[in-house]
Design a protein around this ligand. Sequence first.
Ligand code: ZN
Length: 315
Amino acid sequence: MIKPSQSLPPFADYHMHLTSEEVACRMTEKLSEEVLGSFKPSRRNADDMIAVLDASGVQKAFALSNAYQWGMDFLNVPAEEEYEMVKFENDFTAHEVAKYPDRLFPFFSINPLKAYSIEEMDRCVNQLGLHGLKLHFTNSNVDLRQPEHLAALKNVLTHADKLNLPVLIHFLSRSPQFGAGDAQIFMDEIVSKLPNLKIQMAHLGCGGFTDKMIEMFDAFIEGFEKNPQLDKKRFVMDIAAVISDGSKPLTMALTPEQEIRITDQIRRWGVEHVLFATDWPIFEPAEYVAMVKTKLHLTGAELETMLQNKWLFED
Ligand SMILES: [Zn+2]
C-alpha cells in the first residue's frame, strides 16, 4: 500500500500556459487590477515550463497557447491586427514546443466566434503540426444560450473532430443565468452529437470558482449518469487550480465543507477520469500535489490513480 507521502510525482501536468512577451505586455496594459488581482502576466517559454516540470519530477505536459487572448474584447486589439497576433501567438507555441517534442503536447487556441477560426485551425494543424485545441469561453464571450454562438461553436468542434484534435475547454459564460442548463446544452448539442471528439473540461467542469464549479460538476456527473452512452474515456475533468487555500492569485480558498463536497464529487465522477493539472503559472506541480493532498480526502490509491493518469499519452 502506497502512502500519499511516498507517492511518485505526477506523470503529467495537463494544463500549463505558454505566454509570449507580447501578450503578457498587452494583458498588463489593458486589464485592470480588479481582473488580474495579484497575478502578473509575464513571458513564459518552453525552457521555463521544462524547468518547472523538472523541479517537480514531472515528465509531460499539455502546453497551451494563449492566442485566444488576442481575440478577447477587453484587450481592444484592432480588427486588422487581431488575426495577425493570434497567428503570432500560435506560432510562438509551435516554436517553443518544438524544442521539447517528447515532453510537451501543444494546444493552439482561437476565439471560436471569430471568422478566422476554421482557417486558423487548418493552419495550426497542417502548417504548424499542433495537435490540440484550447478554448476559453469566458475570455471569448461564448454563451451557449445564444443560438449564433452555439452554431459557431458546433462548427469549430465539428471541424476539430474531423481533424482528430482533442479539445480543452474553459467553460463559463458571462451570463448571470449561467449554470446547470448550460451543461445540459453542452451535453445534448455537442458531447452527444460528436461521440468521437475527446474533450477535457478545465477546472473540474467550470472555470468559475467555487460554488459555480460545484454546481456544474454536479450537472455533468448527473448528466453522464442519466446517459450511459456518454463515455468518460473521451470526456475528462482536469483539476487545474481549483483546490486552493487562496494563497495564489486568481484562486479561492476552499471551505472545509467544500473540500469534503469536491472529494465526494471526484469519487462519484470516477477518479480515473480526472487529470492532474496546475494552470501553471498559477501553481507549480509539486506544490499543487501537496495542496491536493492536504485539501482533498482521497486515499493514497485514489491519488495515485489521478497522478499517474496517462490520458492522451497512451494513445
Ligand atoms: Zn488555464
